[in-house]
Design a protein around this ligand. Structure first.
Ligand code: HEC
Length: 150
């Protein structure tokens, strides 16, 4: 019965455990808190401000010159498309009969397909190419920004 006091080793063990736990908790809190809060605040403020005030003035057609059938389309279609897509052409080179661009009404009827075939880079119409980058920009100004049918 002389070994009763051989148990003081428990005291140091109790002291170490809470110290480590406290240190880990403080470390995690210090890293996550400030970074997350600052990043979210500044990002949200910037997006809301610029989008709300400037949306109407910065659309894709906002500063585009007026381009329409009379100022651009008629000449462009005559030069680059009507060789195969006019109703009067002697040889359509396989262009479908329903895809005919004699006037602005017929041309506007194919607006979406024309943009997809001829206003992209590289264009797939005309089949052999030949339009300039400027032409393709004007084609977009015309069919995307001019009043429909003009
Ligand atoms: C050398 C003859 C030729 C010229 C020039 C030409 N095309 Fe075509 N086009 C074709 C042929 C052939 C087809 C049918 C095969 C095809 O769709 O690739 C066609 C089909 C089309 C179609 C219908 C197919 C679709 O994708 O919806 C459109 C739209 C079109 N062409 C637009 C144009 C435009 C716009 C121009 C002028 C910038 C043009 N083409 C110049 C021969 C021509």
């Amino acid at each position: 019965m002389t070994r009763r006091r051989g148990t003081p080793t428990r005291t140091p063990t109790r002291t170490r455990t809470p110290t480590l736990a406290l240190a880990l908790a403080l470390g995690c809190g210090a890293e996550e808190g400030p970074k997350g809060a600052v990043g979210e605040d500044s990002a949200a403020g910037g997006v809301v401000d610029s989008g709300g005030e400037g949306a109407q003035d910065t659309g894709p057609c906002a500063e585009v010159p007026l381009v329409n059938w009379d100022t651009f389309g008629a000449g462009f279609v005559l030069h680059h498309c009507q060789g195969c897509h006019a109703s009067t052409t002697p040889d359509r080179y396989g262009a479908p009969p329903e895809v005919t661009f004699d006037d602005k009404e017929q041309t506007w009827a194919w607006r979406d397909r024309i943009l997809e075939r001829s206003a992209v880079d590289p264009p797939t119409m005309p089949p052999a190419g030949g339009t300039s980058a400027d032409d393709r920009v004007r084609l977009r100004w015309w069919l995307e920004c001019a009043p429909e049918g003009t």
